[in-house]
Design a binder for this molecule. Sequence first.
Ligand code: DVN
Length: 251
Amino acid sequence: MATSQSLSQAAGAPGRKRFFSTFCPPQVLDKDCQKIQEAFIKSFTSKDPCNVTEQDYQLFIELTNEIVPCDKTVFWSKTKELAHQYTEIQQEMFTLENTLLGYIVDGLRWCGDAGSSEINYKSCPDWREECFNNSVSVFWNAVSKRFAEDACGVVHVVLNGSLIKAFDEKSTFGRVEIRNLHPQKVHTLQAWVMHSIGGIASISCSSSSIFNLKTIINERNITFTCQDNYRRGTCMGAKCSMRTFAANEGA
Ligand code: DVN
């Protein structure tokens, strides 16, 4: 999700699949990329940066929609780095940021201005201090909603067991994603509660914060399972050390 980098710095940022110097990854045709880029920019330019709506992003969402196979969706909360280390190794698994929907502007901030059709490169409102309906927060709410609505089978979430609130109802995962899972399509939510190496292990699957998540999920007629410090599979050369690191370092 969003960090402090501005949209003008987007090109060529490092990271999974982000080794290209354009807005889109190479599997997206130039003409489609141009359409997507135009739709994205139109979503928030010429608008008050504190009054953007989810509807404003609908065309962008429709153009970037990608289907994640059933059982392969990974959510995360306060574990961004760890979750992406995991999907970097398990390439068949997808976070929102591994799909076109989230990939394109992951790590960026952006906004427009009511009095101009240009992107505002000078300053954008801070979501904590200035306004909730800003172009960045509204975007992540809208795409997170779509990502969750499209999920099917078993879905996974990586949670931070070194925080007192491993599950935070106010997070995007707690507020948007779990509320938009379709019980007709998603039968199980599997939580992986991970601890930082050498750090405190304040939360485990039996903690009240996780029980709170289980209650919400069960009320939605979805089965809940939980595993502490999930580690997967056997070691394969360099992948082994990555995986061991991923499992131990925390977010
Ligand atoms: O499952 C993931 C993924 O699908 C994503 O869309 O949402 C889930 C992760 O969101 P989360 O549950 O809120 O997880 P975090 O770790 O609490 O928040 C991730 C980051 O998003 C934070 O570091 C915030 O960045 P910041 O501003 O502190 O540098 C950012 N964030 C959280 N709420 C936000 C927001 N950015 C803008 N608007 C908000 N309302």
